[in-house]
Design a binder for this molecule. Sequence first.
Ligand code: UD1
Ligand code: M6R
Length: 380
Amino acid sequence: MKGGYDHFMQKEIHEQPESLLQTMRGRVKFDRSPAKLGVDPYQERRVTLGGLTEHVSTIRFGRRIMLVACGTSYYACLACRQTIEELTDLPVTLELASDLMDRRCPIFRDDMCVFVSQSGETADTIQALEYAKERGALCIGITNTVGSAIARSTHCGVHINAGCEIGVASTKAYTSQMVTLTMVALALSEDSIAKRARRDEIIDSLGQLPEKVREVLLLDTEMRSLAQQLMKEESLLVFGRGYNFATALEAALKVKEVALMHSEGILAGEMKHGPLALVDENMPILVIATQDRMHAKMLSVVSQLRARNARLIIVCNKGDTGIADLVSERCRLIEVPQVVDCLQPVVNIVPLQLLSYHLTVLRGMNVDQPRNLAKSVTVT
Ligand code: UD1
Ligand code: M6R
């Protein structure tokens, strides 16, 4: 059942090139044919989501898009919020399902509520779905489990088709959720001429994604050696911003829930507003500094942490000379291939999933069944 792997989590991490392909199969049309005379070379690029086709125009004319989820599924929403905002020009709000219910958040008939859940059975998310339905909102599901409660109760939706996920720590569902949310943004913006160049850039990058993930999985041995270096630590801080704030939160959640090590994901823009007090020469700090619009700001974060003699681990793109100029012997680089900015979180999380996996094994913890946790949280 584990296909030669020691644990389901490990198997599911390594399955990602294939699960991402399955998520896109039959849905993304990549135009790889050479430009024909008189034919627009871009016209064939397209995303078709069978479960949303009839609802695309309703969603486009909605008042706002509200993304609702728990845990890792919420971080997938956080990672893709900017892409949906950018491509649809609609306001996109994010809600943790339990908090939405605690606040009894206002929801209106012209709201488009998207419920993201791997299992489709999470009680908090189901409650929020029932609440939104009572208020007349269009309810859209993004689930991995055909026939699940959320798939059945939503008006329409998209199955992420990542394949069965058994390890309690969500890994391949997270990357497939991000790709699905990106496909939703692409499907909703198909008629926009102004967004065409950006859409084409993202679709081309989706086509390369499985190969880039295969490439980043080759860091497995390096992540094991990093885990050996970190296994006795009590805490790990993870800094990110922009698209990769979600990566920081998700990496910290993985380290917490399976390796049972304290870890905190921090928005790098908030560093000076408190977290900097924790920085000394002993605390390990992971910084996500891949090349996007936040890069210059992340280089400045690295410089400020270096000035405090911090122990740094930096996730950066291969060949990034800006980072190379800054590093010292106390700094370890995790070099990842570059993809389009909004899909970089899909690549960046993979070595951090491997790191949390190896930390768990080395610390002697239960990988697939962490204490006190269940795969589906069916009580609120
Ligand atoms: C569907 C078929 C797929 C087939 C393809 C061929 C299913 C489950 N999927 O995929 O096997 O190869 O057509 O065209 O039979 N839905 C919700 N809520 C959710 C998720 C989905 O209501 O949370 C609904 C959708 O609106 C849709 C249906 O479930 O009506 C299937 O969704 P999805 O599997 O994503 O559709 P296709 O990709 O078209
Ligand atoms: O099945 P769901 O996506 O609704 O589950 C939500 C969370 O319970 C889940 O992501 C949880 O945080 C995982 N254990 C994270 O790895």
